[in-house]
Design a protein around this ligand. Structure first.
Ligand code: ARG
Length: 266
């Protein structure tokens, strides 16, 4: 009898535990372990200028940051065991923020250039890009980069597009904007004749229903995007590179790439 009683107690306890567990799991899915794991992770503060769709921008539906770069850095952090702290700031302040250790890394459609390599370190390239000239769809006199002489151009401050515009026309003809959207709006409004900007961003902008804008001429220069870290932060850089390599090998990189660009990685 004692045994039966014990067995019944054990059984009812077990049922209670399962019932309870089920209810709690539904309410708070694995809260405790997740919290503990997060606390043990090193934080990676990543800066970006989130006005650069489809690389980093605010999803109008959710109000959250999204894009190719955002999903890539999320995957890198997951792979490398970092807790991601993503922050948006003006593009022309990103390098200084790295130099003063306010942030640990930058992923922002940032082109790997010799100038920048003097002051920050870059990961392996993660995207092949280039610059293009955008004009109003009805414009007929600007057909290429060469036609920009004497024309008014809008650019985003601190970008390779700004540098190329400075080569193409006089500096006093250039209007500098903090965000890339503002430069594009200036073109739509007819306040400038052209915008020099990254090809994938310009193409995406036009595709999003801005068919009053078109691209002309060749894609200007072959550029590659990299993730930047403060100079000498080799441990961070190695972790990022190792994670990037894994994601390229296990198909995750290709998956994110296809989602945002509708094609296999170049
Ligand atoms: N690729 C260009 C550069 O490195 C433009 C990048 C702008 N990125 C951004 N998130 N606004 O200068």
């Amino acid at each position: 009898f004692k045994f039966v009683l014990l067995a019944m107690m054990v059984l009812s306890l077990a049922v209670a535990a399962v019932g309870c567990g089920g209810k709690e799991a539904a309410k708070e899915p694995a809260q405790e372990p997740a919290k503990q794991e997060a606390a043990a992770k090193t934080k990676l503060v990543v800066g970006a200028d989130a006005t650069f769709a489809p690389f980093e921008f605010t999803d109008p539906a959710t109000g959250k940051y999204t894009g190719f770069d955002v999903e890539l850095i999320e995957a890198i952090c997951e792979e490398a065991g970092y807790e991601l702290d993503f922050r948006s700031m003006g593009f022309d302040g990103l390098i200084a923020a790295l130099q003063t250790n306010q942030i640990d890394a930058v992923i922002s459609g940032m082109t790997i250039t010799e100038e920048r390599q003097k002051v920050v370190d870059f990961s392996e390239p993660y995207y092949k890009s280039g610059l293009v000239v955008a004009v109003q769809a009805k414009n007929n006199d600007i057909k290429s980069f060469e036609d920009l002489k004497g024309k008014k151009i809008a650019v985003q401050s601190g970008t390779t597009g700004a540098l190329h515009a400075e080569k193409a026309t006089d500096k006093d003809k250039i209007t500098y904007f903090t965000s890339s959207d503002q430069a594009m709006l200036e073109l739509k409004n007819g306040a400038v004749d052209a915008v020099v900007m990254d090809y994938p961003v310009t193409a995406y902008f036009i595709q999003q229903g801005n068919d009053d804008v078109k691209m002309v001429g060749e894609i200007l220069s072959a550029e590659e995007y990299g993730i930047a870290v403060p100079k000498g932060k080799t441990e961070t850089l190695e972790k990022i590179n190792a994670a990037l390599k894994t994601l390229k090998e296990n198909g995750k990189y290709a998956e994110i790439y296809k989602k945002w660009f509708g094609e296999e990685p170049k």
